[in-house]
Ligand binder design. Structure first.
Ligand SMILES: Cc1cc2nc3c(=O)[nH]c(=O)nc-3n(C[C@H](O)[C@H](O)[C@H](O)COP(=O)(O)OP(=O)(O)OC[C@H]3O[C@@H](n4cnc5c(N)ncnc54)[C@H](O)[C@@H]3O)c2cc1C
Length: 393
C-alpha cells in the first residue's frame, strides 16, 4: 500500500513561505500557504540584498535574470563623515568564487516572483488568514485563524516574519524582541543625474548613516539609519506624512554630500521602520511545528542576510524532512545544522549596527580613524557566509 502524502500548513507568504512550499513539493510534501494580508501589496517595502548563498537557493525556484530586470549593483563603496572614500567591496570576485554575485532587488519583486512560482506549481495560497491559535496532537496540527476558519495538516511551519504569531504561540515564555534604538528608513527617487550605477555608496555621516545606489532603470534607491531612543508604534510610522518625513530626514542629513538631499527631496516612496533584535531562541520547534526565516532568527538589516538566511533555511529544512524518519528527528537535525551559523551571522550584524549608531564628536573621531580597518576586516569575514551551499550541508 502506498504511504499517504504528508501535508503542511505554511503561515506567511513573505520570502520564506512560498520558497518553502516549493522546496517541500520537491521532497513530496504537499503544502498550502496561509497569509494574513487580504491582498498582497506589491508596492510595500524597499529593497534588500541577496548574496551568493541566497542566490544559490533562489536560482532553484525562479529565474535570476528575470529578477535582475530591476536591480542595483551589489558592489559597496564606503565613505566617512568627511566624504572620504575608506573602502570598497567589489563583488565581481563572487561570481568566480561562488557562482553568483550579490545583487540588490526590490523586496516586493522578490516576494512576487516566489509567490507566482508557487502558484504556477499549483500551490494553494489563502489570503486574509491571520494565525490566531495552534493545537497539536501526536498525529495532526490545527491552525485557527482570526476569521474563524481552521486548517489541519501533518506539519505547520511558521514563516510569519519578525512579529511571528507562531513563535509567540508555541514559545509564550520566550524573551520578547528588543528595539535597538535605531530606525531604518528607505525609499525610491527620480531626478536627472549622471551618477555611477556601479555600486551602492554608503556614508557614515555626521548624524546618521545614508546609502544610495542608481538602479539599471535610473531610479535612485536609498536607505538610512536614524538613532531614536523612542520606539515608534507601528501606526505612527504608517501614518507619517511624506512631507513631514522628508523634512525630518533633510534636517538629519543637512550638510551631507550630494546626492543625499536630492534623494530625499525627490522621493516618490519612503518607508520607515524600527530595527529589532530577537533574543536567540533555545529551540526553533515543538512537536509538529517549526519556525524558520525571521520568525526563528530575525537579523538586523545591517549585514544584508535576512532574505538569504531565510532561503537557506527552506532548503536545509526540506532536505532534513526528506532524509529523516520522524518529524522530531528532522526538526532536530534542521536546528543542529542551522543554529550556530545563523547566530554567528546575527552577532556580526549587531556589531555593524553599533558602528552605524550615532556617535558624539569624540566617538566619531575614533570611529572614522578605525573605519577603514573595520571595513577591511568585515569584508574578509564574509566569505564563509557566501560560500554556503544549502543543499550540500
Ligand atoms: C511588507 C514587508 C516589507 C519588507 N520590506 C523589507 C525591506 O524593504 N528590506 C528588507 O531588508 N526587508 C524587508 N522585509 C523583511 C524581509 O522580507 C525579511 O527580513 C526576510 O526576507 C525574511 O523573510 P521571512 O519570509 O522570514 O519574513 P517576511 O518576509 O517578513 O514574511 C512574513 C510574512 O508573514 C505574514 N504574516 C505575519 N503575521 C502573520 C500571521 N499572524 N498569520 C499569517 N501570516 C502572517 C506577513 O504578512 C508576511 O507576508 C519586509 C517584510 C515585509 C512583511
Amino acid at each position: 500500500m502506498q504511504a499517504q502524502q504528508q501535508t503542511a500548513l505554511i503561515i506567511g507568504c513573505g520570502i520564506a513561505g512560498p520558497a518553502l512550499a516549493l522546496a517541500l513539493q520537491r521532497v513530496g510534501i504537499s503544502a498550502a500557504i496561509y497569509e494574513a494580508q487580504e491582498t498582497i501589496d506589491d508596492s510595500k517595502g524597499v529593497f534588500l540584498g541577496i548574496t551568493p548563498n541566497g542566490l544559490h537557493v533562489l536560482s532553484q525556484f525562479i529565474s535570476l535574470d528575470e529578477l535582475a530586470a530591476d536591480h542595483t549593483s551589489g558592489n559597496i563603496r564606503f565613505y566617512n563623515a568627511k566624504n572620504k572614500w575608506i573602502g570598497t567591496i567589489d563583488t565581481a570576485y563572487q561570481q568566480k568564487k561562488f557562482g553568483a554575485a550579490t545583487v540588490q532587488v526590490k523586496r516586493a519583486a522578490l516576494n512576487k516572483a516566489l509567490r507566482v512560482a508557487a502558484l504556477q506549481k499549483g500551490i494553494l495560497l489563502h489570503t486574509g488568514k491571520k494565525l490566531a491559535a495552534i493545537n497539536q496532537t501526536n498525529q495532526k496540527v490545527t491552525a485557527s485563524f482570526t476569521d474563524g476558519s481552521v486548517a489541519e495538516a501533518d506539519l505547520l511551519f511558521g514563516c510569519d516574519g519578525i512579529h511571528s504569531a507562531t513563535r509567540k504561540i508555541i514559545f509564550p515564555d520566550a524573551a520578547p524582541m528588543k528595539y535597538t534604538d535605531l530606525l531604518s528608513g528607505g525609499g525610491y527617487s527620480r531626478f536627472d543625474n549622471n551618477l555611477p550605477a556601479d555600486a551602492i555608496h554608503m556614508t557614515f555621516g555626521k548624524k546618521a548613516f545614508f546609502a544610495w545606489a542608481v538602479s539599471n532603470r535610473n531610479e535612485l534607491w536609498w536607505f538610512n539609519n536614524i538613532a531614536s531612543e523612542k520606539e515608534p508604534g507601528r501606526s505612527e510610522i504608517s501614518s507619517a506624512e511624506m512631507e513631514a518625513l522628508k523634512n525630518k530626514l533633510l534636517q538629519l542629513h543637512a550638510g551631507d554630500p550630494y546626492p543625499v538631499e536630492q534623494c530625499i527631496r525627490s522621493a516618490h516612496h519612503i518607508e520607515l521602520y524600527p530595527v529589532y533584535e530577537i533574543p536567540f531562541l533555545q529551540q526553533w520547534y515543538t512537536g509538529r511545528v517549526c519556525l524558520l526565516g525571521d520568525a526563528a532568527h530575525a537579523t538586523s538589516p545591517h549585514i544584508g542576510q535576512g532574505a538569504s538566511l531565510a532561503l537557506e533555511d527552506v532548503v536545509v529544512l526540506s532536505n532534513c524532512l526528506r532524509d529523516n524518519a520522524g518529524v522530531t528527528n528532522a526538526f532536530q537535525q534542521f536546528q543542529q545544522k542551522r543554529k550556530e551559523r545563523v547566530e554567528l551571522i546575527v552577532k556580526q550584524a549587531r556589531k555593524i549596527g553599533d558602528v552605524k549608531a550615532v556617535p558624539n564628536r569624540v566617538q566619531r573621531f575614533f570611529r572614522d580613524l578605525l573605519l577603514r580597518v573595520f571595513v577591511k576586516k568585515e569584508i574578509k569575514k564574509m566569505d564563509w557566509v557566501y560560500a554556503y551551499k544549502a543543499d550540500q550541508v
